[in-house]
Design a protein around this ligand. Structure first.
Ligand SMILES: Nc1ncnc2c1ncn2[C@@H]1O[C@H](COP(=O)(O)OP(=O)(O)OP(=O)(O)O)[C@@H](O)[C@H]1O
Ligand SMILES: [Mg+2]
Length: 339
């Protein structure tokens, strides 16, 4: 099935493998400060701002994860004509993600999730509220055209395509259809992480719904062995994909590969989980990169699960590195049950 040796060989090969990510980039913003006063204008807390960090989220997090693993990532998606959009472009550039495919839409904000957190005397940092900015309007036609132009220009330069749909409009039907057709013509494998319907992605190489997304698509709950198997079989049949990964949070990943028995991969390192935000982006980014570097679906899934087991040990949206994965191959808790 796999050996630590075969996984190490793939980690060696992923350096330089090229993946284009088309999807919904999100600015994950973390605003922090101290609270030690109550306002006299209203019965509210006053937060004294200390710092704001901007981290690539959503599709941009998948791209950042690929770059952190030494792959070459190109981001194609939409940002607004605002400071956050510029900040997101800079943040992606700093971690080595290509941003020539980021299209600016003047009529909408950059999709932003701002977590406002505070400390006070003798208390740890605590999230108070999250502020979301996004537009529900469809993308203007000229933005869609620019997206497809960027995608068509970049596709000859990549080994695989990752579609990351967070429901913010980049993978609207007409763009999705053209993206799938262009990938087919170019013979590039496509891996999909999408929040809504999966049937429109018919013919792609693989999909990575999380368990609630898989349940919503098949229309029944995954509550035992039999319903899990039925859900995976149904998704393989409906999408015609080679592989479907149902990511199951603390239960790990169930890999359904056409013509093979299901493989259940337990979550590794369950004991040191701090923050699972973005773990799904790490899974799909690593899977796509490993597969495009010649891994079997089983090997690519194990590496994706291993990468996720590293990022859940860090606060906020996070990435991991080839060195860290190589080190983890030796001791990841739960791995020995698999080999
Ligand atoms: N509590 C946990 N303990 C250990 N590993 C975890 C835990 N939660 C998530 N993981 C790892 O992260 C992977 C993806 O997590 P999950 O199934 O929650 O994806 P998701 O819901 O798509 O995440 P996202 O927030 O990025 O959308 C899991 O398959 C597992 O490897
Ligand atoms: Mg997800």
């Amino acid at each position: 099935m796999f050996t630590p040796q075969s996984l190490a060989t793939i980690l060696d090969r992923i350096a330089g493998t090229r993946v284009m990510v088309l999807g919904d980039p999100i600015a994950d913003e973390f605003l922090e400060g101290r609270i030690d006063r109550i306002s006299r204008e209203a019965p509210v807390l006053i937060l004294r701002h200390a710092r704001t960090r901007l981290v690539p989220g959503g599709a941009a997090n998948a791209a950042a994860n690929i770059a952190a693993l030494a792959g070459k990532a190109e981001m194609v998606g939409v940002v607004g004509a605002d400071a956050t959009g510029e900040g997101l472009r800079d943040a992606l550039g700093r971690v080595g993600v290509g941003t020539s495919g980021l299209v600016v839409a003047g009529d909408r904000p950059t999709v932003t999730k701002t977590r406002i957190s505070a400390t006070s005397n003798q208390s740890v940092t605590q999230q108070i509220v999250r502020v979301d900015r996004q537009s529900d309007a469809p993308l203007p036609a000229e933005v869609s055209t620019s997206l497809i132009e960027a995608y068509a220009r970049l596709i000859p330069q990549v080994d695989a395509v990752l579609l990351s749909e967070y429901g913010n409009g980049v993978l609207a039907p007409e763009i999705r259809e053209q993206a799938l057709a262009l990938a087919r013509q170019a013979g590039k494998p496509v891996v999909v992480d999408a929040q809504g319907e999966l049937a429109p992605y018919r013919g792609v190489a693989a999909l990575t719904p999380n368990q609630p997304e898989a349940e919503a698509v098949v229309g029944f709950a995954i509550s035992d062995e039999a319903s899990l198997q039925r859900a995976g079989d149904r998704l393989l049949a409906e999408t015609g994909a080679e592989a479907v990964l149902i990511t199951r949070g603390a239960l790990g990943i169930a890999l359904f590969e056409r013509g093979h028995p299901r493989i259940d991969i337990p979550a590794f390192n369950r004991s040191e989980v701090f923050d699972v935000t973005g773990a799904g982006d790490t899974v799909v980014g690593t899977l796509t990169l490993a597969r495009a570097s010649g891994a079997t679906w089983c090997e690519a899934t194990i590496l994706a699960n291993l990468a996720a087991s590293q990022v859940v040990r860090r606060f906020g949206t996070a990435t991991t590195s080839p060195g860290e994965l190589l080190a983890a191959l030796g001791w990841a808790e739960g791995m020995e049950d698999l080999a």
